[in-house]
Structure formats: structure tokens, C-alpha cells
Design a binder for this molecule. Structure first.
Ligand code: ATP
Length: 234
């Protein structure tokens, strides 16, 4: 039922000039588990995520996050979301522990004991300056900052982009599943089908602004009569 939907989108359209970025997209993210949004570059993933964050107003159609319009109530919605963008802009001059104290100020529900636990789990030195960390460690610092307020929805835009396979696996398996095991919801995007397929309970595929498949992995394989997912060939 829609009462259990963390995100519920119906008939969402978005154009940028003559370019159609999203065309009649309807999708429903159930509470709990990992929802994977897959699509090639330019498919419309970031545009969709901006609507969930309430940064873009629906041109037509509707977007509800926790049953609320995120444009009308950004504070209510964003307080319950943890967000990590594709290229997190971390302040390189800050130390890891400083980032933790700084980010805490933005979130009333920040849990410093949980932040410390994540920091240890990720193997981050509290005294290290962010700009001296490897790309993988920076991604982990970004993830720590995005989720130490225990958001109901952790929204990650291509979290593994540009990382080596080991860090990618670390992030996807350790981080994403921990959140899902706590009964919270992870929504992440990727252009890598095998990654989406490996960790997602539910999957949506965007292709040139249109939703071409959506459902649980088993439903999708049954519907499309395939054993592995593929992008459309057009
Ligand atoms: P990527 O993996 O490259 O981030 P994406 O799936 O996130 O791709 P979007 O960034 O949502 O794709 O872009 C979808 C389409 O809309 C692209 O053709 C893009 O050029 C266009 N687009 C997105 N934002 C704007 C904007 N502000 N102005 C004009 N065109 C835009």
C-alpha cells in the first residue's frame, strides 16, 4: 500500500528546453531494503533524485516522500534523508573528526556514538585531513557524514562511481546492507547492471528518460524472460 512507500512517484515528466529528461515515470520504493536505480549516463537518474530531494518541482505528475511533497516541506523531508552525491564536495582542509562535529550541527538527530562506530568500521583515522585520504576513504567519509543521523532513507547517487572494485564491494555490501538490516531504506543509482543486480531487492531501470522496468529482481526476470538484466538495445 502507499502508506508503506518511502517514495511514490506517478507520471513524472521533466523537460530541459527541448530535451526530455523524464517521461511519465511512475515508481514506488517500498520501506526497508535496497532499491537500485540503473541507467546509462544521461538516462535521467540525477534528475529523478533531484525531484526526491525537492530541488526540482514536478512539471507534471506527483512526487511524495514519506507521503509528503518534498517541495512543500523540505525541512521535514530532508531531515529524514541522508544524501551522498556522485562527487561529494568534502572540505579537504578538515580532519575526519572535524567533519563529524561540523556535520552534526546540521542534523538534530545526529548520533555521535554511531558516527564513531562507522568511523572505526571504515578504518578512518580521526586526525587525517580529508584531502590526504584515498578516493575510497573519501567516499567512506562522505557516507559517514550522510548517515550518522540514521536517516529513514539513505539516497546515494552513483556511490561507487570511479572507485576500484574492492572499495566498491566494501561500500555496497557492508554499508548498504547494514542500513537495510536496520529496517531503513537505501536508494542508490548506478550505471553498472551487475552491481545493481547483486545488492538490490528492488530495481528500476531508466532508459532515455523512460522507466523500462521496475519491480523485484525475480519479478523482472520473470516478466522479461531473462536470467541476467540487460539494457535495451535501441
Ligand atoms: P549521469 O550518469 O551522467 O549523471 P543521469 O542518468 O544522472 O546521468 P541526468 O543528469 O538526470 O542523467 O540527465 C538527463 C538528461 O537531462 C541529460 O540529457 C542531461 O543533459 C539533461 N539535463 C539534466 N539537467 C539539466 C539542466 N539543468 N539543464 C539542461 N539539461 C539538463
Amino acid at each position: 500500500s502507499s502508506a508503506e512507500a518511502v517514495v511514490s512517484i506517478t507520471g513524472l515528466c521533466r523537460r530541459f528546453g527541448s530535451k526530455t529528461a523524464l517521461q511519465e515515470v511512475s515508481l514506488y520504493v517500498p520501506r526497508g531494503g535496497v532499491f537500485g536505480l540503473v541507467g546509462a549516463n544521461g538516462a535521467g537518474k540525477t534528475t529523478l533524485i533531484k525531484h526526491i530531494l525537492g530541488l526540482l518541482r514536478a512539471e507534471s505528475g506527483s512526487v511524495r516522500v514519506f507521503d509528503v511533497d518534498p517541495v512543500a516541506d523540505p525541512v521535514g523531508v530532508l531531515g529524514r534523508i541522508g544524501y551522498l552525491s556522485e562527487q561529494p564536495d568534502l572540505p579537504g582542509w578538515m580532519r575526519v573528526d572535524e567533519l563529524m562535529r561540523y556535520t552534526q550541527a546540521f542534523y538534530p538527530k545526529w548520533d555521535m556514538a554511531y558516527a564513531e562506530k562507522l568511523r572505526e568500521q571504515f578504518g578512518l583515522d580521526p586526525a587525517a585531513r580529508l584531502k590526504t585520504l584515498s578516493k575510497g576513504q573519501q567516499a567512506k567519509a562522505g557516507l559517514l557524514a550522510a548517515q550518522a543521523h540514521r536517516p529513514d532513507l539513505l539516497l546515494l547517487d552513483e556511490p561507487s562511481s570511479g572507485l576500484d572494485p574492492i572499495v566498491r564491494r566494501d561500500i555496497l555490501e557492508a554499508v548498504i546492507h547494514t542500513v537495510a538490516d536496520e529496517g531503513r531504506t537505501v536508494f542508490f543509482s548506478s550505471h553498472l547492471l551487475e552491481e545493481i543486480e547483486r545488492v538490490s531487492d528492488h530495481i528500476a531501470m531508466l532508459h532515455e528518460g523512460k522507466l523500462v522496468m521496475c519491480g523485484s529482481l525475480d519479478e523482472i526476470k520473470l516478466q522479461h524472460r531473462c536470467f541476467i538484466l540487460r539494457f535495451p538495445t535501441t
